[in-house]
Structure formats: C-alpha cells, structure tokens
Design a protein around this ligand. Structure first.
Ligand SMILES: [Zn+2]
Length: 421
C-alpha cells in the first residue's frame, strides 16, 4: 500500500464543513438565541447527534450510543480494528459554533473523504457526551465515564443537573439511556488502534505566529488550589504602618512570586491567580484575611508540581515574616498527558507535505483526548481561532483551516493504518 501524500479538494471540503457548522448553529440546535447552548439530554443536543447520524448513515456507517449517550459510528463491524476520530458537540452555556463541534465536523469530513476517494480506511467517529460540563457541571464527563474515572455513586447521586438539581442518573434514564450499564462504556475504545481529535486552539499562538495548524504533542496537567492568609483587620487610618498584619500584602507578594516561579520553571508552565478575596473588603479597613486561587499548569509534571509546592512554602514564609500564617489547600489536580510519538510524527509528516505553515505545540486546555490517551495512541490537531476567543458567541474560526486539518488527519491515518497491516 502506498502512503504518498494525497491532496484533497480543500475548497470543496471547506464548503461542506462550513455548511455543517452553520446548520448546527441554527435554531433547532441551540437553546439560546444569542449563543450556542447545547448540552446532554436536551432536544437541541439530540438534534445535533441526529444530524451527525444522518450524515454518517449516508456514508454507510453503523452507529450506536454508549449506555449514557456518547455517539459512536464506524465503517467496520464491532471487534475489527479501527482508527478513531472525533471530539464533542456539546457547548459552553454561552458558547460559540466551533468549540468541539468543529472537531466532530472535521472527523465527519475525514469519513466523507475516505468514502469519496475510495480509501477504505477503517474508521470510528466518536462524539463524546458532555465535555463542557454545561448540563451537570462536570467536565469531560462522557470520556471520563469511558475511562471509568467516575464512581457509580457520583453518577447516581453526586452529579446534579445545573437546571433542575436532579441527578445525572435520572436524566440519563429519562433520555432513554441505561446508566446502570455505564461501565460497558469502556468498550467504546476497545477497537481503536489510534485516535486524533481536531479542536480550535483557544489561544492566539497560531494566529499571532501565522500558522494554520498546531500538532499537539502533550496536554497540560494542572493543580487548582487556594491559599488563605490570616492577618488582623484594623482601622486603615488609625493603625500606623509598623503596627499592621495586612494579609493583602502577603497575597500581593505571592502573586508576583507565582509569576517568577512559573517563568523560571519554563517549558510552557503557567501560573495564574484568578480569584482573590480580601476580608472585610472595605476601603477603610486593613485586610484581616486574604484568600486567592492558584491555577498552575504545564506538560512537565515535575515542573508544574514544583511550582505548586514552592508557592505553598513561599506563602507560609512570607506570612511568617510579617507575623501572620497561611494555609494551602488543593482543590483538584490532574496529571499532564503526553501524546503518542508515532501519531504525532505521522501528523507532522502530513502537515509538512501539505505545504502549509504548522507548529508543534502543547495544549494548555483540557480535552477528552486526555481521558483515553493512556489506552489508545493519541494526538490532537489545533486550528486557529480568531483572537484566541472561545466559550463565547464571538468564537470564530475558518472552515478552510479545518479542511486542511482533515487532509492532514486523513494522510496521517493512511500512514498509521498501513503501518499496522
Ligand atoms: Zn472543546
């Protein structure tokens, strides 16, 4: 089998992709007139799955939904090896047309091209349930269920709908699914010999460096934590500077130290204080307490975890120097996900052959691919989004870039499938 690079009719693919995206931005597919808003078990989400099912049936794909609603479609019987493509088609509650949906649409285009060009590649498209957490406040929920990274207790009781407070379990049953069999969702990835997810970048690196594609070789892990500094609240006029225990000053020192530590760690490590609360939060009171959040991410596991350890130690010392105390409490953490060298390499080779500008990069944001990458050799393709904007009706991306992405995915899959047979 030859794996010389194919050039597709990109303009035609871009036209089809644009048609899919614009159709799915129509009133039947969103719960809001101002934004894209669709999430698990709503009629608009159902319509979106049905749209994809219709297109895939036309290509001769068989399809099913896992016990909670992740859509799977394939052109080979179950049990035969297939290459996986897809993303998610739910949105943020105030979302745009492209986040997630563009990845499922690009995967559909790969399936169309496979058929049209008579390539006969074994393919499986997956559209993961509830990536954004808009229905139940749980990110990557469908793919975490596949990865068995949830408990039955969480599905039965813990995870509650944002709209009405009823359980995930109840909603899934009402939508006609069988959550009692949730553990069988693991079989969705049994036959996959590889996996590629296309997604908008959600940052402005590609746009600002004039690249049309990013080949993603790792997804950042993160630590989410809070630091609380305990000082003493005093009158802001009556208390001389030398008599204060101003918790806000320790918070300020920590913010600057976090910036220094993240820069020093390098390799794309980032650190952000996004929430900050001073108490009593009055113009004429010295803050007696300061609480702030930490979001620390990176693909170098030791690097970003080191930053978290160092900032926790720094906060304690900085507080002590001023006669105060500080505690550090972790909210949540997730390991970095390295992606597969062979799949990344095949994508880079295909991107090179496309003649378009691309760059190897990592993802700072979380994606469903994180849930399956330890079991399936995986990689991702990023396409630019205007000004890096996502999770907003202002989201904008170019179908021509997604068409280029589909071509690169198709060529990479051809090479990887040939290598397996
Ligand atoms: Zn997404």
């Amino acid at each position: 089998m030859t794996t010389g690079s194919l050039n597709i009719d990109r303009a035609r693919s871009a036209g089809r992709i644009e048609h899919d995206i614009e159709t799915l931005a129509g009133p039947d597919y969103t719960r809001s007139e101002e934004a894209i808003r669709r999430y698990a078990y709503t009629p608009e989400y159902r319509n979106t799955l049905d749209y994809f099912i219709g297109e895939l049936e036309a290509l001769g794909f068989e399809h099913y939904e896992d016990p909670v609603g992740t859509l799977v479609a394939r052109n080979r019987p179950r049990g035969e090896k297939v290459f996986g493509v897809g993303s998610h088609c739910d949105s943020n509650r105030n979302g745009g047309k492209y986040d997630g949906t563009m990845g499922v649409v690009a995967a559909l285009e790969v399936c169309r091209l496979n058929e049209e060009l008579g390539l006969d590649l074994p393919l499986q498209l997956v559209s993961f349930l509830e990536e954004e957490g808009s229905g139940f406040g749980q990110m990557l929920l469908g793919s975490r269920i596949i990865a068995q990274r949830v408990t039955e207790e969480e599905l039965r009781e813990g995870f509650r709908a944002i709209d009405d407070g009823r359980s995930f379990w109840e909603h899934a049953e009402e939508a006609g699914y069988d959550p009692g069999r949730w553990q069988e969702a693991v079989h969705t990835i049994d036959d996959l010999i590889g996996w590629i997810e296309l997604h908008i970048e959600q940052a402005r690196v590609l746009q600002d460096t004039d690249k049309r594609l990013g080949i993603v070789n790792a997804i950042a892990g993160y630590v989410h934590a809070d630091i609380t500094v305990h000082g003493r609240s005093d009158h802001a006029g009556a208390t001389p500077m030398g008599f204060r225990q101003d918790a806000g000053l320790v918070a300020a020192e920590c913010m600057l130290e976090l910036e220094r530590l993240a820069r020093e760690a390098g390799r794309g490590t980032v650190g952000t204080v996004g929430e900050m609360e001073l108490r009593p939060n009055l113009i004429n009171a010295v803050p007696g307490e300061a609480q702030f959040s930490l979001d620390i991410r990176g693909v170098d596991e030791e690097g970003f975890r080191g930053v978290a350890r160092d900032i926790a130690a720094f906060a304690k010392e900085a507080a002590e120097r001023r006669g105060m105390t500080a505690d550090y409490v972790q909210r949540q953490t997730l390991s970095a996900t390295p992606l597969d060298e062979r799949v990344v390499g095949a994508l880079e080779k295909a991107a090179e052959a496309s003649g378009e500008a691309y760059v190897a990069m990592h993802s700072g944001a979380a994606h469903d691919t994180m849930s399956i990458a330890d079991r399936v050799p995986s990689a991702m393709v990023f396409v630019p989004c205007k000004d890096g904007i996502s999770h907003s009706p202002e989201e904008d991306a170019d179908p021509a870039d997604a068409a280029l992405g589909a071509e690169v995915m198709l060529n990479a899959i051809r090479e990887l499938v040939a290598g397996k047979s």
